[in-house]
Design a protein around this ligand. Structure first.
Ligand code: ATP
Ligand code: MG
Length: 338
């Protein structure tokens, strides 16, 4: 069977085509440009841009594979969480596609899809595993048991890691989204130059907090003259990134100890970060194994939606074309394990 996955929850319009053996045939991603000047995603602009691009993105994904629309056996679309107007564009397109070509349709939880992106990279991967989900809007640790049931082990009490990166990046004037540039600057700087806080250090606490760190960055910059900030930008970036990656890696490793799991998966856009991967890898012992998707599958993409849609369809069958969208993340709706 060939699966079409459609993603439109934020500022990427994407269509992925995969086979049911999890081979990716195509993964077209259009990243909207208009938000950069606002330093963050503007929901109304995002929804309108999806409407303009969805047809061509899906058509080009199909064209690349040589697969005809009539040959698609399942269509999957993100229906939560995300920007409601943006979600509705991809969801409505997928429903129209399913109706026209008379194929089954499934809704997909975007966070579940970030996790299942790992299955595209490692088709032999099976739960149980522990997952650190680190994206632009979410930061949490899950345990996934052998029946594919998720349990939430820890969550952010305020900002997501990606949000801390992008808001920190805005204060530092390094563009939006800031993750890649923060990582580039950090490689040129000294991560011990500035002492930024690591919140919630207790070993048994798997929750995260980044709002104090953001304030600490602002306070540090207030103490410095503009020229000094420019001269020490690499050191500030490296120290700020290190504080975020320390918190994430320490808690992910503690979660593995608590669950006894020997597999840790990284999911979401911040999983692109080489320093995060390195810190976790260095802290792993014995038989433990770290999994992360290639960069193109870490940030929002249609192929991961197709992968999660396939897994859900195999367990629960199709969804009705009346299925709605929801802006908020709800773990219970992802729990379609047996
Ligand atoms: N190399 C990197 N290092 C750190 N962060 C990165 C890197 N590359 C991308 N990011 C961050 O990843 C985030 C985007 O990830 P993703 O696309 O998963 O988020 P989202 O889809 O907007 O949010 P969500 O999935 O929670 O709805 C941004 O905050 C971006 O700065
Ligand atoms: Mg995402």
């Amino acid at each position: 069977m060939i699966i079409l996955g459609i993603e439109s929850s934020c500022d990427e319009t994407s269509a992925g085509v995969i086979k049911d053996d999890l081979t990716v045939l195509s993964n077209r991603i259009y990243s909207q440009k208009d938000h950069e000047k606002f330093g963050g995603v503007v929901p109304e602009i995002a929804a309108r841009e999806h409407i303009k691009k969805i047809d061509t993105v899906v058509a080009s994904a199909l064209e690349e594979t040589g697969v005809k629309a009539e040959e698609i056996g399942l269509v999957a679309a993100t229906n939560s969480p995300g920007l409601i107007g943006a979600l509705l564009v991809g969801l409505s397109f997928a429903k129209g596609f399913a109706y026209k070509y008379n194929v089954p349709f499934v809704t997909v939880n975007h966070m579940d899809a970030h996790v299942r992106a790992n299955h595209l990279a490692f088709p032999e991967l099976e739960p149980p595993y522990t997952v650190l989900v680190v994206s632009g809007g979410h930061t949490f640790i899950l345990n996934c048991d052998h029946n594919n049931r998720y349990e939430l082990l820890g969550n952010t009490l305020d900002d997501a890691a990606g949000e801390a990166i992008d808001k920190g990046g805005k204060v530092l004037g390094i563009g939006y989204p800031a993750g890649r540039e923060l990582e580039r600057l950090s490689k040129l700087g000294n991560a011990s130059a500035f002492n930024f806080p690591r919140a919630l250090p207790e070993k048994v606490n798997l929750n995260f907090s980044f709002s104090g760190l953001k304030t600490a960055l602002k306070n540090q910059l207030k103490k410095m003259a503009p020229q000094e900030i420019t001269e020490k930008l690499n050191d500030i970036a490296a120290s700020y990134q290190e504080a975020i990656m320390d918190q994430l890696s320490i808690k992910a490793l503690n979660a593995m100890k608590m669950t006894g799991s020997n597999k840790l998966l990284l999911a979401g856009g911040v999983a692109c970060n080489g320093r995060l991967r390195e810190k976790i890898q260095n802290g792993m012992k014995g038989e433990n194994k770290l999994y992360f998707p290639p960069l193109s599958l870490c940030t929002d993409n249609g192929a991961m939606i197709a992968a999660a849609g396939l897994l859900k369809y195999k367990r629960l069958g199709a969804d009705p074309l009346t299925a709605g969208a929801s802006a908020v993340f709800n773990l219970t709706e992802v729990n379609y394990g047996s």
